[in-house]
Design a protein around this ligand. Structure first.
Ligand code: SF4
Ligand code: SF4
Ligand code: SF4
Length: 322
């Protein structure tokens, strides 16, 4: 190939893996790491600069656009869990998935994320260090079903075997939500779309030697808070499993909630759940909350934050396609 081209360029991110091998074969490389950075992502402008061409105009964002920080989808089950973890201000060892968004404001309820499956093993290690240091703090690990199947099982087995002391919350939404809804061993379908054995998490967790295993419904904030407190107060490994499916993957639709403007005081408590369906509108000298009915998916988590009975869920068929 090299002998068939006039100029040979090797464009690879990070280390010069191909380039070193190709140069070692005695092949001339005109542009490689002599012009391209060793660190960071390579984009079109970096390549143009390396080629000696002029760079494109960089578009400046239009001013005045509303800020849209990344948040969970409307009615995602993770919202209720992180609302409570944020309230309890407990240490949370996180993992890789949509639920990693719990680290961002306003939740700020995930304090470490290392790699796939590390939520459990890191929480286990932290609990051991806490015990040595005499700190009475039981860490929480949050992990999704896909990540648990991928690499969380070994960490939980280690916690069971090595007399650990952490609360592990497994968000079993029966899909790989963050990367677009791929199948996993819990969904009952292979990646090729072939029906297969569906692995249930609770029996698997018990088989690893964990005695305290309970279900969690993170759409119910009071129940979630009570379940987490019980898990934190009970000595030893404790596993909570939330079995609410990913609403995006399974196309679950519910009627939007309503807000009574006369009852809304503008206290903003409901905004703590960080749902993109909620916004503020001017009402006299105040700002009151309004719900975008095209975005809200009626989970009712925000309504549970309202002490003024201003938000109401509407009963309706849910079209879960499970
Ligand atoms: S894709 Fe699913 S799991 Fe991820 S934020 Fe949306 S509803 Fe939640
Ligand atoms: S919590 Fe209730 S009263 Fe407070 S802003 Fe929201 S809807 Fe209004
Ligand atoms: S009920 Fe509240 S939290 Fe749930 S989707 Fe609608 S606005 Fe968001």
């Amino acid at each position: 190939f090299a002998s068939s081209v006039k100029r040979l360029m090797i464009i690879e991110e990070m280390d010069a893996i191909f380039e070193e091998q190709i140069r070692a074969m005695g092949i001339d490389v005109e542009i490689g790491k002599n012009k391209l950075p060793l660190c960071g992502e390579i984009n079109a402008d970096i390549i143009r600069t390396a080629l000696g061409e002029s760079t494109s105009e960089i578009a400046v964002p239009v001013e005045g656009l509303p800020q849209r920080p990344p948040v969970f989808c409307p009615s995602c089950a993770h919202r209720g869990l992180f609302t409570i973890l944020s309230k309890l201000k407990t240490f949370v060892s996180g993992d890789i998935g949509c639920y990693t968004l719990g680290a961002l404001p306003p939740m700020n309820a995930m304090h470490s994320v290392i790699d796939m499956g590390a939520s459990i093993s890191a929480a286990h290690g932290m609990a051991k260090v806490n015990a040595i240091a005499g700190r009475d703090e039981k860490p929480v690990a949050v992990i999704g079903d896909s990540t648990f199947f991928h690499s969380g099982i070994t960490g939980l087995l280690s916690m069971s075997y090595n007399a650990g002391n952490a609360l592990v919350i497994i968000m079993d939404n029966r899909t790989t939500g963050m990367t677009g809804g791929q199948e996993n061993p819990g969904s009952g379908v292979t990646l090729q779309g072939v029906p297969t054995r569906q692995v249930e998490i609770a029996p698997l967790v018990k088989a690893l030697g964990i005695e305290n295993v309970a279900e969690l419904n993170s759409y119910d904030l009071k129940e979630t808070e009570a379940a987490i407190k019980k898990g934190l107060e009970t000595p030893g490994p404790y596993v909570l499993i939330d079995k609410n499916p990913c609403v995006l993957r399974y196309k679950i639709r519910k009627p939007a909630i309503t807000v009574e403007p006369d009852k809304c005081t503008g206290c903003r408590a409901c905004l703590k759940v960080a749902c993109m369906a909620l916004g503020l509108v001017a009402s006299g000298e105040k700002q009151k909350v309004r719900v975008d009915p095209n975005v809200c998916n009626g989970c009712g988590v925000c309504a549970q934050m309202c002490k003024f009975d201003a938000m109401h869920t509407i009963e309706g068929e849910n079209n879960a396609n499970l």
